[in-house]
Design a protein around this ligand. Structure first.
Ligand code: NAD
Ligand code: WQD
Length: 338
């Protein structure tokens, strides 16, 4: 049993992880400014887990608030999700991204240091690898950022590596997620994009729901088996379980470790569309369109470090993720809004 601070706990991945932490018997304090989420997600997290958590509304950049939180609770560790995550927006508003993602993490690390809490699980991203030289991608692949969002993740990892080198009692696991999709099987929590979804899976869900006419498939001339982009899609419930394992690992080890979380399997856009159709019985009309600037052909994980170090591997299929994502979409056509 541990007490954890979860920043960004109301968000897509944070809410699923909060369920996993509560179900494992841990106490959870969520800190979220609801910039991209709703406090309703946390009500539902408590309903699913049938256990309470503490929900604090506030910003990770608020040093006074953090000092207060760290004095009120004896945290055993922090899981840090809070960040802005839209690649295109990061190109248009780089300062907001550096401020929120890098500045926010520095503010959190100062508060942790002052309180003597030195165990952290950080949300990094496979985007730090950019266009890979080889597949599957191992943690040793070069870091190659291609946009400000990715740069914030690479910078934070550098800060964390330097901090662990300077203060060996720190224990930091940086989880490099590949492409999380799906929702909790209850249909109570899921991804709730506020504008037109940037990502493939929520876009497919909205086409299925009739909110969008058809999917644009960005490129059918990629050097892949069917010409469409290939990614490593993992069920968000598997991803949530990975955080629990990472925290347990951080309790037993010190130092900095970056670990991929993915399935190890590449799936094309068309394969995902067909899996969705098969799992849900919904038809997804699509048309081919030009490649999206900044996209890469293919990207999938070598997840063997996660298995070796964390004892974690993805268990759920993309068909399961499609069925669960569709249940969430159907039950909540407007997400957490009325
Ligand atoms: P999300 O937007 O649903 O969750 C982020 C949460 O952080 C939101 O609830 C938001 O309101 C909150 N937040 C943002 N800035 C804050 C601040 N300054 N103070 C307090 N709260 C703040 O996104 P998500 O998909 O759940 O992503 C969680 C983390 O995982 C992010 O760090 C993201 O960069 C990373 N990540 C996501 C993906 C993905 O495809 N979803 C992939 C790789 C990495
Ligand atoms: C997947 C595939 C598209 C939408 C992004 C971020 C990354 C990480 C995860 C946070 C690609 C194709 C998409 C559409 C399409 N996030 N596509 N039509 O680009 O792999 O990764 O989310 O860390 O940083 O860059 O995911 O879901 O946007 O795209 O054809 O309407 O679907 O071209 O091949 P991506 P995605």
């Amino acid at each position: 049993m541990a007490t954890l601070l979860v920043t960004g706990g109301a968000g897509y991945i944070g809410s699923h992880t909060a369920v996993a932490l509560l179900q494992a018997g841990h106490e959870v304090v969520s800190l979220d400014n609801y910039a991209n989420s709703s406090p309703r997600a946390l009500e539902r997290v408590q309903r699913i887990a049938a256990r309470p958590l503490t929900a604090v509304e506030g910003d990770v950049r608020d040093a006074a608030l953090l000092a207060r939180l760290f004095s009120q609770h004896a945290f055993d560790g922090v899981v840090h999700f809070a960040a802005l995550k839209a690649v295109g927006e990061s190109v248009a508003r780089p300062l907001a991204y550096y401020e929120n993602n890098v500045g926010g993490t520095l503010s959190l690390l100062h508060a942790m240091q002052a309180a003597g809490v030195r165990r952290l699980v950080f949300s990094s991203s496979a985007t730090v690898y950019g266009a890979p030289d080889a597949l599957p991608i191992t943690e040793q692949a070069p870091i190659r950022v291609t946009n400000p969002y990715g740069a914030t993740k690479a910078m934070v990892e550098q800060v964390l590596r330097d901090l662990c080198a300077a203060e060996p009692e720190w224990s930091v696991v940086s989880l490099r997620y590949f492409n999380p999709i799906g929702a909790h099987p209850s249909g109570e929590i899921g991804e709730d994009p506020h504008d037109i979804p940037n990502n493939l899976f929520p876009f497919i869900c909205q086409v299925a729901a009739g909110r969008r006419e058809r999917l644009s498939v960005w490129g059918n001339d990629w050097p892949t088996a069917d010409g469409t982009g290939v990614r490593d899609y993992l069920h968000v419930v598997d991803l949530a379980a990975g955080h629990l394992r990472a925290f347990e690992y951080a309790r037993r080890h010190t130092g900095f470790e970056a670990i991929n979380l993915g399935t190890g399997r590449g799936v094309s856009v068309l394969q995902l569309v067909h899996a969705f159709e098969a799992a849900t019985g919904q038809r997804i009309p699509y048309r081919f369109a030009a490649r999206r600037p900044g996209d890469i052909a293919a990207c999938w994980a070598d997840p063997s470090a996660a298995e070796r170090l964390l004892g974690w591997r993805a268990q759920l299929s993309i068909e399961q993720a499609c069925a669960d994502g569709w249940r969430w979409q159907r039950q909540n056509p407007n997400g957490y809004r009325d």
